[in-house]
Design a protein around this ligand. Structure first.
Ligand code: BGC
Length: 337
């Protein structure tokens, strides 16, 4: 069956399309601008199809939108101190886009603001491709990134691939804002994170390499907890970020696919389990999301990724890849309770 894309607006005179992939359980609408998840529908406990991500109806709302809504970030998610790193003794300079530091590789010229090329499409999966030249955004290697979104049973599977001709950085993520109720705030959602440790923030929001135990702190989500329960507690860490905007270290990380977090909406019973082969997950409660459509805490990002600033810390696995092909995977699996 042919997959007919819909028009999604125009960016700099170029048409952007919206592609639907679906099965009887879930449906995802993906835009070629930023390889973005625009809508993602799952069934609630009464079989009502519910859109579980925040998004906009026209691609122009995504242009220069610093919330990175639903977009794919490559090559490197999160913050890098001093916007620089070294590989084999050679120093590389990223774009300083947050003071002296780098966030999400770049907004203006980065992957979330580019029209990706669709290279493969059927009713159940789509592959989008983006090329970055040697030293583009400051990273070595002529690189081809491919992101495949596939629906399988009740899962949306994201497969991130890089092909590079030099050793380089590969730390992709997706920046979807989830709201399993499809409306209002996520503070009544319940969250479980498979992490007994997290990386606290330092001034300027660069995470530290001194990991802390979550036990006995507002960061303890080792059992299901309402997101709003501790978010307003007078914790220096929560005040610094205006809520949760922290990286958690997945227990038992070994590079294979593992359950990283589960999100549950008590109102409609939807549960979303996030699986990843990455060492960490950035949990961001949309503390800075504020416009005519959305307010802070309307969504929660569960950004699977390497530990922030790992390129400059000895304590953590670095997201470096050798020339050739490397694949990383994230899965969002849905069911109801
Ligand atoms: C970061 C936040 C930032 C947001 C939007 C998240 O991944 O952790 O600090 O505000 O992205 O840019």
């Amino acid at each position: 069956m042919f997959n007919h894309p819909q028009a999604f607006g125009t960016v700099n005179g170029e048409k952007v399309l919206l592609y639907t992939i679906q099965n009887s359980h879930i449906r995802a609408e993906i835009s070629s601008f930023g390889a973005t998840i625009v809508r993602l529908y799952a069934h609630d406990r009464n079989d009502v199809l519910t859109n579980v991500v925040l998004g906009y109806d026209d691609v122009n709302r995504y242009v220069m939108n610093d919330s990175y809504m639903g977009a794919v970030i490559v090559p490197n998610a999160n913050r890098t101190k001093g916007a620089s790193f070294s590989i084999s003794g050679v120093k590389y300079h990223m774009i300083k886009n947050e003071g002296k530091n780098n966030l999400h590789s770049d907004l203006k010229t980065g992957s979330s603001q580019r029209i990706w090329t669709v290279t493969d499409l059927d009713t159940k999966k789509i592959t989008l491709e983006l090329k970055q030249d040697d030293l583009e955004l400051g990273f070595p290697g002529n690189r081809t990134f491919r992101v495949t979104y596939a629906v399988k049973d009740s899962s949306l599977i994201i497969r991130y691939e890089i092909k590079t001709d030099a050793e380089t950085v590969f730390n992709p993520t997706n920046h979807a804002y989830f709201n399993l109720a499809g409306k209002s705030s996520i503070l009544n959602h319940q969250l479980k994170i498979c992490a007994s440790q997290y990386t606290p923030l330092k001034k300027g929001s660069i995470p530290s390499d001194k990991v802390k135990k979550v036990a006995g702190t507002p960061f303890d989500f080792t059992e299901y907890k309402q997101i709003g329960k501790d978010i307003s507690k007078p914790s220096a860490q929560l005040l610094l970020a205006r809520g949760y905007d922290h990286n958690f270290l997945i227990d038992g990380y070994d590079g294979t696919l593992k359950l990283a977090a589960s999100l549950y909406c008590p109102d409609n019973g939807i549960v979303m389990d996030t699986y990843s082969d990455d060492p960490g997950i950035q949990v961001y409660t949309s503390n800075y999301l504020e416009n005519d459509k959305y307010s802070p805490h309307d969504g929660i990002c569960l950004e699977t990724q390497f530990t922030p600033n790992a390129l400059n810390y000895e304590a953590f696995d670095k997201p470096l890849v050798k020339p050739g092909k490397t694949v990383r995977t994230t899965e969002y699996r849905f069911h109801t309770e």
